[in-house]
Design a protein around this ligand. Structure first.
Ligand SMILES: [Fe+2]
Length: 310
């Protein structure tokens, strides 16, 4: 018989996390909190619902098809999620302005990559996302911002995220215009190969798009889930896998309160979802709308990154 007190101590020792596990937990918490902070940007601009989710998805997929390994592709997906973090500092009058910006207003918008990089400076994981944050608006022809870098002087992350960001902007609906069809946006990228967009990565993005890779991302806010439609503003409502029947949602553009209804759709073909979701106005208006972080996407990316970075 061993000494019970000594056995307890041995058991306690076994249950304690190793230094390696503690480090992993610390890195997980840091990355999760960094990604959650990106949602503040989505809360500021009513028409960016699901933008971060889509840019992360496009960026990770494009990186994988460009031959990058799982760790690098995941990191670039994370960078896609965080690329616009600097927009938090852009005043509402500019960020939420419908229609064309004046030169002065555009000069304000152009500060967001530098602001984002400054915000991240000193964060222990800043290096993961900094190139995309700072250089996602650079163009191979040297006419981008903030530093007018040319060609391959633009880091790979930024060239990938730049294409995905522009494509999502073109295919998303705004108050003053409907989103473009996928093919039209791909044609615009094609015309700008080597000018606004990296020629090789842009060509790959177009080929993937024509093979149908983007259909389940464009206009969606989670895997297999299209954005919900506010009757007054269009597709502004973010729904996720966790949304339940009867849950309310506020349109981030007009603040109308709507209720999700999950209803039978007898006309749907057998191989498609036979029930569909609709957002029905309750007649109430909210004082504010809250952008929710997408816990599933954040968890997926953080878990993948931790697994492959060991
Ligand atoms: Fe941006």
């Amino acid at each position: 018989m061993g000494n019970p007190a000594m056995l307890d101590a041995a058991e306690r020792h076994e249950q304690q996390p190793t230094l390696q596990q503690e480090l992993q937990q610390y890195r997980q918490a840091l990355l999760t909190s960094l990604m959650t902070s990106a949602v503040m940007v989505e809360a500021r601009d009513p028409y960016t619902g699901g933008h971060l989710w889509r840019v992360a998805r496009f960026s990770m997929t494009l990186a994988e098809h460009a031959g990058l390994d799982a760790l690098e592709s995941t990191r670039i997906g994370i960078a896609g999620f965080l690329h616009d973090i600097g927009k938090i500092a852009i005043p509402d009058a500019v960020l939420r302005k419908p229609g064309k910006l004046t030169d002065d207003e555009f000069a304000v918008i152009k500060t967001h990559p530098d602001v984002g990089a400054s915000m991240l400076a000193g964060h222990p994981l800043a290096a993961l996302v900094e190139p995309a944050v700072l250089w996602h608006h650079e163009m191979p022809n040297g006419r981008g911002y903030p530093q007018q870098l040319r060609g391959d002087a633009i880091p790979l992350d930024a060239r990938i995220v730049g294409i995905c960001d522009a494509f999502d902007a073109m295919t998303s609906t705004r108050p003053y215009r409907a989103g473009m069809p996928i093919e039209k946006a791909l044609e615009i990228i094609e015309q700008q190969l080597g000018e606004q967009f990296d020629a090789t990565l842009g060509r790959l993005f177009i080929d993937l798009g024509r093979a149908g890779a983007w259909q389940h991302i464009v206009g969606h806010s989670d895997d297999g889930i299209p954005l919900g439609v506010c009757p007054a503003c269009g597709p502004t409502l973010v729904r996720t896998q966790h949304t339940v029947d009867g849950e309310t949602v506020t349109c981030p553009a007009c603040f109308a309160q709507l209720q999700w209804q999950h209803e039978d759709n007898p006309s749907a073909p057998n191989n498609q979802q036979s029930r569909s979701w609709r957002a029905v106005p309750t007649g109430q208006r909210a004082l504010f709308a809250v952008a929710q972080p997408d816990p599933q996407l954040i968890e997926q990316l953080v878990t993948r990154w931790l697994r492959f970075s060991q």
